[in-house]
Design a protein. Sequence first.
Length: 381
Amino acid sequence: MKAFLHPNRILTSLPGAFLHDQDPSATLATEPSKPFQSSSSGRYDHSILSLGAEMRRRDFISFFSGSAAWLLCTRRRAFSQQAGSVPHVGVLVSASEPHPFADALRRGLERLGYSEGRNIALEVRYTQGRSDRAAELAAELVRSGVAVIVAHFTPAVRAAMAATKTIPIVMVAGAPLQSGFIKSLAEPGGNVTGLSGMDAELGGKRIQLLRELIPNLTCVGVLATTPTTDPFSQPFVADIQAAATTANLRTSPVLIGGPSEFEEAISIMAKDGAQAVIVQGFFGPYAKQVLQVANKYRIAYMSTDRSAVAEGGLVSMSANFTVLYEQAATYVDRFLKGANPATLPVEQPSKFQVTINHKTAQALGLSISPSLLAQIDEIID
C-alpha cells in the first residue's frame, strides 16, 4: 500500500528561517504481525513465527552465509566473555539526559537476573537530539567492543546500523518496515530486531479520539521534525494525514529542525484554523515549551507520551513506553545467550494507553462524554 505525503511546510533551522513547500513521498508497508501479549506476571509471551514460503536457492545461499557469519561472531563474543570480562552493552538514547529509557532497561535486566557491575555493564550515551552526535556515539560504542547495542528511536537505530553490520542491535522505534530497518516483522533478516511502538500506525485512533473530545473539529496540526533531523517524521505525518482525509478533516503539518521554531510553527497552524496539534515523540522532552505556545493560541496538545499530559497537555495515546523499554531487556538477554537477530521476530504492543488531563479539558471548554470516559486509562486532575 502506498501513501503520499501532502505538501508540508518545512521551517529551516538556519538564521532568517523561511517557509517553503515540499512534496516528499513515502511508501508505507503493511505487515501482518502477532503482538506480544501481557500476562498477569507482567511478562510477555513471544510469538513463534514460521519461516513462510520456501526460499529460492539464492535466498538460501544468502541466508546460509549470513548464519555462518553470525555463528562466527557469536563464538568470538562467547570467547571474550569466557576470558573473564562481563559483557558490555551499549545504550544509545535519542534524547538528552535525564531520560527514562536507561533506567527502565536496567529494571528489565534486573528482573532477568542481571546486576550492573557484577554480570553486565551498560555504556549509556545520549545524543542530545542530534543525528551527527548519534553517529559519533554509535561508532564509539562499536570501537569499545560492546556485545549488543540497544538503540532508542529512529536516529539511534540508523546510527547504530551505519556503525556495524555484525553486532546485534535491539531497536525500540516506530515504523521499522517503512524506515528500512528490517525485511519483515517475522524475519528481520539482518542484525536489527526488537520492539516497535507503532507510533506511525495510530493516526486513525488518534484522530477519532480528538473528534470525540472536540465535537466541532475541522483541522488538526501536526508538529514533526524535518526528515533530516529524524526520518521517522515522514511515516508519522503520512499516517495522520491519511486518517484525517478519511475523516474529512484538514491538516496543517509543519516540519521543524528544533525547539527554536515552536512559536513560528504553531502560529502557522493557528492561522490555518487548527484546533489541536499532534506532536511527534521526538519533541517529548520539550513538552513544557510546546505547551506554552499551544496554550497561547488555545490549541489542544495531543502527545504521543503520557508525560506531556502530566505537564498540562490535553491527551495522549501511545504504547506503554515504560513497559516497552523494560521489554528491550529480553532481547539483550537472548543476544548475550547467542540468539540470531535475523530470525528473532519484532514485537508490537497489543494495547495502547489513553491519558487525559481533566483540568486542561475544562480550561479549553471541553467535556468528557460517558462513551469516551470508558476508553480512558487515566485521568489527571
